[in-house]
Design a protein around this ligand. Structure first.
Ligand SMILES: C[S@@+](CC[C@H](N)C(=O)[O-])C[C@H]1O[C@@H](n2cnc3c(N)ncnc32)[C@H](O)[C@@H]1O
Length: 211
């Protein structure tokens, strides 16, 4: 689901970039870096998260996608100097093969997948999680930073922003869905009275070593 104008302005603001830097540091503390790895970012927005995946997490290459062509254009401008390491595509997190064809979105193709506050925008978010599980290699990690049903129900979110109204999740429900789909939870926490959620999960079957 696309963002409305108010949320688009917020996501493109210096305040969001500042906050996202903090989120990335917390996620790195929970899940470690992915040096030399190939990463995927869902819902990349302005491209700031992709930059953090390169710099803070040490990924070598990032495929990024967003449903909104205007955000993809903005991300491409921000990331132009990394064109040999970054690819930004228009598409949905629920169908990565189509979005990232011909050379992305394949089974087990990524060392890490990043969700910086996008899955709560996806009405069929459980399908997006299924795609995350499919594209992670065994031992690969899913870094998530989410907005829960409690936040979306507040007056501020309801007045200012548009979000799917069905099947919203609490932190516990999100984590339970990751486990149900076969991921092993490395660590997670909610903050600000359960309104936000941060965590890392791993696709089992790797050699147990962090890269
Ligand atoms: C709240 S913004 C977060 C943007 C960025 N990740 C950040 O943290 O600043 C959510 C983003 O998800 C995108 N989005 C919404 N539904 C999507 C979907 N099904 N697949 C991919 N991107 C989606 C929106 O266009 C928007 O750019």
């Amino acid at each position: 689901m696309l963002m409305n104008r108010a949320e688009t302005a917020l996501v493109n603001s210096p305040a969001r970039r500042w906050l996202q830097r903090g989120e990335a540091h917390l996620l790195r503390r929970l899940g470690g870096r992915v040096p030399g790895g190939r990463a995927l970012e869902l819902g990349c927005g302005s491209g700031n998260g992709t930059r953090l995946i390169l710099d803070t997490f040490g990924a070598d290459r990032v495929d990024a996608l967003d449903l909104d062509p205007a955000m993809v254009a903005r991300a491409r401008r921000r990331l132009a100097r990394f064109e040999d390491r970054v690819r930004v595509a228009v598409g949905s997190a629920t169908d990565l093969r189509t979005a990232l064809a011909p050379d992305g979105g394949e089974d087990g193709g990524y060392d890490a997948v990043f969700d910086f506050a996008i899955v709560h925008h996806v009405p069929d978010w459980r399908s997006a999680i299924a795609e995350v599980v499919r594209v992670l290699r065994p031992g690969g990690r899913f870094y998530f930073d989410e907005v829960t049903a409690a936040a979306l129900a507040t007056r501020g979110y309801r007045w200012l922003f548009d979000h799917p109204t069905e099947d919203r999740f609490t932190g516990e429900e999100f984590v339970a869905e990751l486990q149900r789909q076969g991921l092993r939870i490395g660590g997670w926490r909610t903050y600000l009275r359960g309104h936000y959620l941060l965590g890392v999960a791993e696709r089992p079957g790797g050699d147990g070593e962090s890269r």
